[in-house]
Design a protein around this ligand. Structure first.
Ligand code: F6P
Length: 555
């Protein structure tokens, strides 16, 4: 069915979903839903797939809503849109290019023709460059200018050139091979200089290697951190050419800009315009990942993501994990008006996953115009945030349980955790079970509220007429995603799952998830503000509020 640019609301399934929302789901409590549907709901609304278990039975929906969500997906031609994405069509219309992150995890034996050219050999050639650099560093053959092997690698990047590698290397440290364990990996991203200033104090120039990662190689945050690093190096080793050859690697989609910067070709790894920044951890941007996990670990991560790509491309909508998760987000945000989404991993290894997802989801789908630039008249991406669930219980869960906002939650946890035989093993296993119990308990209380007390406790509470501050209203929807275990492979699946979920929601919302025009104006205005700030120049063109702040700095 062809849909006019503004036509989502006119679709029959959209209209039925509007009706189901009002009056049914505006007031229906999950405890009543469970009372009506019973045990079967848990089986019906959960899905097992290749080591992942998705429980969406705690979402505020039923069979009718689901049927119409899948129908809506069909009316929005989702199946075709998935094939367009995976086959390299120009799904990023405003920048006139495909979004081919899935090509980065294709096995070497595959073929994918874009404009008549197979991109797979180039992808694997780039991986081979990553491999050769990683092997040299691990074998202590990459030497600094004084001939010493590298002990510290500093990854300088921001946004998509930082968050993915930072997440994965943090999460999977226990999978580091022996050769990687002797190498210290650091991440620097913030423009204010704090991170690099603190770090430089701990480093030895002769044994430090900087990886400057920037798709555009124009991002001021990254370039200013790189400049500080280089200045520090040159003060100790005053030979720019040799420092750049021995101590700097560039990763970018712009080889020309890396060359202009002075990075020798042998130290450049290029990737392509058709890799979106926030989808780039699978490319050479993943160099720190390969340094941490070894090439084998990096390849397992890619294999997990590729398995998710295949699942996404080959599975009917009703059993398709990213499709389900995308539709759930649309139902919650657009139809139920739930504009907040918490990401709650019950495993501190995934501490950085919420931060990673804030970029992936909000930079992709935080849009208010459709693919053709026309304003939308429905809500799109919710505000997303999160933290390790058990820590967040002691911080912001109060609002989840008793605040005035509806919040959708994603609980994420591995089923198996420790396999240690040492004296701490059984105590740690107890901690893991405590963590999982908290995860399940929170999802349950958020769903049922007071109704999860036993009948006698409920009776006692009502007899004593508990005041409002001891009341839990429940009805907060959540999804629980269990991984058999957290490994490079399953983390690859998990990240690709969210990437595709973002795409699914964008197709239903009719927006382009692959551009980010919203961040451009701020960069431009920061440039003119910096000029006014540093030159003591005229402030006439500024608004009074900003002028007042600038004057405070001038003083
Ligand atoms: O400003 C936003 C953004 O362009 C992101 O999309 C991107 O991941 C980040 O900046 C870093 O960009 P680059 O990799 O080009 O330095």
């Amino acid at each position: 069915m062809s849909v006019s640019p503004q036509g989502r609301r006119a679709l029959p399934a959209w209209q039925r979903l509007e009706q189901l929302r009002q009056p049914v789901w505006a007031s229906r409590h999950l405890s009543d839903v469970w009372a009506e549907e019973g045990e079967a709901r848990a089986t019906r609304l959960s899905l097992r797939q290749n080591g992942l278990l998705l429980d969406y039975s705690k979402q505020r929906l039923d069979h009718d809503v689901l049927t119409d969500l899948f129908q809506l997906a069909r009316e929005c031609s989702l199946e075709k849109a998935i094939q367009h994405l995976l086959s390299g069509s120009q799904v990023n219309q405003s920048e006139g290019r495909p979004a081919l992150h899935s090509a980065l995890r294709l096995p070497g034996t595959s073929r994918l023709l874009i404009d008549g050219e197979d991109v797979v050999p180039a992808v694997h050639a780039s991986l081979a460059r990553v491999r050769s650099i990683v092997e040299r560093i691990h074998a202590r053959q990459w030497r600094g200018v004084t001939g010493l092997p590298i002990t510290d690698v500093v990854s300088i990047g921001v946004g998509g050139s930082d968050l993915g590698p930072f997440l994965v290397t943090n999460a999977l440290g226990e999978f580091a091979p022996a050769a990687a364990q002797q190498l210290k990996l650091h991440f620097v991203s913030s423009i204010d200089g704090t991170q690099i200033a603190d770090l430089l104090d701990t480093l030895r120039p002769a044994t430090t290697l900087f990886v400057v990662a920037s798709k555009s190689f124009t991002t001021i945050d990254t370039l200013s951190n790189a400049e500080t690093a280089l200045t520090w190096m040159l003060a100790r080793i005053p030979d720019r050419e040799r420092v750049l050859r021995h101590h700097v690697i560039g990763v970018s989609a712009s080889p020309a800009k890396m060359t202009e910067y002075g990075i020798p070709e042998s130290n450049q790894i290029a990737f392509w315009d058709w890799v979106g920044g926030r989808f780039s951890l699978w490319s050479a941007i993943g160099l720190p990942i390969a340094l941490k996990l070894g090439m084998k670990g990096f390849e397992q991560l890619l294999a997990g993501a590729h398995a998710m790509d295949r699942h996404f491309g080959e599975t009917p909508l009703e059993q398709n994990l990213p499709v389900l998760m995308g539709l759930l987000m649309v139902w919650n945000s657009t139809f139920l008006g739930i504009n907040a989404q918490a990401i709650l991993p019950y495993d501190a290894r995934l501490k950085l996953f919420p931060a990673y997802l804030t970029q992936l989801e909000m930079e992709s789908n935080g849009k208010s115009v459709d693919r053709h630039g026309q304003p939308l008249d429905y809500d799109t991406c919710p505000v997303l945030w999160g933290d390790v669930g058990s820590n967040a219980q002691h911080a912001f869960y109060q609002l989840l349980h008793q605040g005035t906002q509806a919040v959708a939650c994603d609980f994420i946890a591995p089923i198996a955790r420790y396999q240690r035989e040492d004296e701490a093993g059984s105590a740690l296993q107890t901690q893991h079970l405590l963590s999982l119990s908290n995860c399940f308990a929170q999802a349950r209380v958020l769903m049922l509220g007071d109704a999860c007390l036993s009948e006698s406790d409920q009776a006692a509470a009502s007899v004593s007429q508990e005041p409002g501050h001891k009341h839990y209203r429940g009805n907060q929807p959540s999804t629980t995603l269990l991984l058999d275990a957290l490994t490079p492979y399953s983390l690859g699946q998990l990240i690709a799952l969210y990437e595709h979920k973002v795409y699914v929601a964008s197709v239903i919302w009719n927006i382009n998830p692959f551009d980010q025009w919203g961040v451009e104006l701020g960069k431009k205005i920061a440039g003119t503000t910096y000029a006014a700030m540093s030159k003591d120049g005229s402030l006439d063109s500024f608004d009074p509020s900003t002028r007042m702040l600038l004057r405070a700095v001038h003083k």
